[in-house]
Design a protein around this ligand. Structure first.
Ligand SMILES: Cc1ncc(C[n+]2csc(CCOP(=O)(O)OP(=O)(O)O)c2C)c(N)n1
Length: 588
């Protein structure tokens, strides 16, 4: 029978690979471009338990527990998520897996939706564990299943690394059957195997080193790595999506395609290099392969011609080829229609409740340590009300450093609900414990909006669609020792400004929970669309300070509200000094 073939994104294909590979536990924390893996896995709910964990460290630790119980498990996160999960990863690499455990990490070259461009391959080398890199959806499916097997065979965690292009591009995948292992779950007590106290940890440390050459040999034999011999004049060594671009730009070249890049398959690399005249390494981001190939004593080109910053593309490689061949540089003019587009900076949606908090904050001369989420958009004009962003949770913790570092202004920290549960709580605990006095605003829109509305511990719903207890941010703040805990409705601007004013005057740690559900998640507008009564409007433009995309202004019509965009939140009605904005006006 011919297999069913489906057009799957790389992320959907990984979920399929996990299903076919017999995974029974899947965990993760949302983060572009990885998020859809777990969302797709939730569709296999009768076979696979899947959960959004509060953060990546917890997600990995849950999966490690499942692996020790004998289950196959999968963990998903974006590249920076692995920084959060690095602590369990480094020691789990010593202890090793029982049931196969694969950590899917999605990198974001070009920083489409990330705060940095770190290259996850270094983590594989750092932790001394294998890494697989699919180049398309079929490989994403195949390598997931392959990686589960390698994890189990060599008792090691395995990283499956994608990039935005691999995760989000679609290609055909012939579907396979779910392979269930005979092995039944059940933990076998064995402290020297599971407890890395120094006496046993030192033994594990040796095991990690002994495992490396075995893994390298297995990588040489693996179907994930292959030599494609064409013209021996040029041999390209490449991996991930760079393989696709390299094939486009150097169709005549021989290629060593590394789908299992680390531990480096030295034998295979040497064998390939011996068959070609010149070696060119085509890799995205860091010179991870090139450095090692040079260390093997193989002369090669790479970073001297291939850009190491930003995303690769056929266009970038076309220019690289010209450089490599000593031809005049290829100048790529942007397409006229792209050139003519006006710049459109990202904005908060119409009727986004975060806007109320930013409007209120703009009334005070304070430093705002921000965080990552939709509310990061408060950094842009006209809101201009976020001063720093570092990483998830830092919006809370950094306030303490500003304060103790002598910053004369009052400090306000800002985090979203998902971010608070992810890594805000410990920072808050620190503020109380070490006698800080920051005002922390938790913008609680009841969801993880920025990554596409995933539920979180406060949402009252699990990934698998089951009702769940909703964690109370107020109770958590109180449990951390915060005495001033307030809740405001950010659509009520005066109430919000007043709460902020009193909190800034109080010399003690304060948590303000700014609570209103995300209207996009709710799926319905907050209220009836508003309009501007032109006879009352004095064109003072105070309403424009809200930065609402529903408020438009052009020479022909002056100020007006686009009723297709307006969500009826009434914030503009509240800021208009001339009572020119109302739902009444819209009914006229
Ligand atoms: C360590 C890490 N994990 C995941 C992400 C991806 N990410 C960015 S913001 C965010 C959470 C946003 O949710 P929330 O804090 O509730 O704010 P909202 O977008 O709903 O306003 C996530 C998961 C990240 N940037 N860093």
């Amino acid at each position: 029978m011919t297999p069913r073939i489906e057009l799957l994104s790389g992320n959907e294909a990984i979920a399929r690979g996990a299903y076919e590979g017999g995974v029974t536990v899947a965990t993760g924390y949302p983060g572009t471009p990885s998020t859809e893996i777990l969302e797709a896995l939730a569709a296999f709910r009768s076979d696979i338990y899947s959960e959004w964990s509060p953060n990546e460290k917890v997600a990995l630790e849950v999966a490690v527990g499942a692996s020790f119980a004998g289950a196959r498990s999968l963990v998903t996160m974006k590249h920076v998520g692995l920084n959060v999960a690095a602590d369990p990863l480094m020691t789990f690499a010593y202890i090793g897996a029982v049931g196969g455990l694969v950590i899917c990490v999605a990198d974001d070259p070009g920083m489409h939706s990330s705060q940095n461009e770190q290259d996850t391959r270094h983590y594989a080398r750092f932790a001394k564990i294998p890494i697989f890199e699919p180049s398309d959806s079929e490989e994403a499916r195949d390598f997931t299943a392959l990686a589960l097997g390698v994890s189990e065979q060599f008792q090691t965690p395995v990283i499956l690394r994608t990039t935005t292009r691999v995760s989000h591009s679609r290609s055909l995948v012939p579907l396979g059957e779910r392979a269930l292992r005979a092995k039944s779950a059940g933990f076998v007590k064995n402290p020297p195997r599971y407890v890395p106290i120094p006496i046993w940890g030192r033994v594990m440390r040796r095991t990690v080193e002994d495992r490396l050459p075995k893994l390298s040999l297995a990588a040489c034999e693996s179907p994930a790595n292959r030599i494609e011999m064409r013209d021996p004049a040029l041999g390209i060594i490449t991996s991930s999506v760079a393989y696709q671009y390299a094939r486009d730009i150097w169709p005549e070249a021989s290629v060593l395609k590394l789908g299992w890049a680390y531990p480096f398959p030295d034998e295979l690399i040497r064998r390939f290099a011996a068959q070609v005249k010149r070696v060119l390494v085509v890799e995205e981001l860091d010179d991870f392969l090139e450095e090692h190939i040079k260390a093997l004593g193989i002369a090669c080109d790479g970073r001297n011609v291939i850009p190491g910053v930003g995303e690769l593309s056929p266009t970038a490689l076309r220019a690289a080829r010209a450089k490599y061949e000593g031809r005049p540089p290829v100048v790529v003019a942007p397409r006229a229609e792209i050139q003519d587009l006006p710049a459109r900076p990202p904005v908060l949606c119409p009727s986004c409740p975060h806007r109320g908090i930013f409007y209120a904050l703009a009334q005070f001369d304070v430093v705002v340590t921000g965080d990552i989420g939709c509310y990061s958009l408060g950094v842009f004009p006209p809101l201009n009300r976020m001063d720093t962003i570092l990483c998830m949770g830092a919006g809370v913790s950094m306030t303490q450093g500003f304060e103790k570092g002598g910053e004369p202004k009052r400090i306000v920290g800002m985090v979203g609900d998902s971010t608070f549960f992810h890594s805000g709580i410990t920072g808050l605990l620190n503020i109380v414990y070490n006698r800080g006095s920051a005002v922390i605003i938790v913008v609680d829109n009841r969801t993880t909006a920025m990554t596409g509305h995933q539920p979180n511990p406060g949402s009252g719903l699990t990934l698998m669609g089951e009702p769940a207890p909703s964690a109370s941010i107020e109770a958590l703040a109180a449990a951390c020792g915060v005495k001033r805990v307030l809740t405001v409705n950010p659509y009520e601007l005066q109430e919000t400004i007043q709460a902020l004013k009193e909190s800034l005057a109080a010399n003690e740690p304060t948590v303000i929970v700014s609570r209103a559900p995300c209207p996009l998640d709710e799926g319905e507008p907050v209220g009836q669309a508003l309009a501007i009564d032109a006879s009352q409007c004095q064109e003072c433009r105070e309403c424009l300070t809200l930065g609402c995309p529903a408020l438009e202004c052009d020479e022909a019509h002056g100020l007006r509200i686009n009723d297709l965009l307006c969500g009826g939140c009434k914030m503009c009605e509240q800021v208009c000094p001339f009572e020119a904005i109302s739902t009444k006006a819209s009914a006229q």
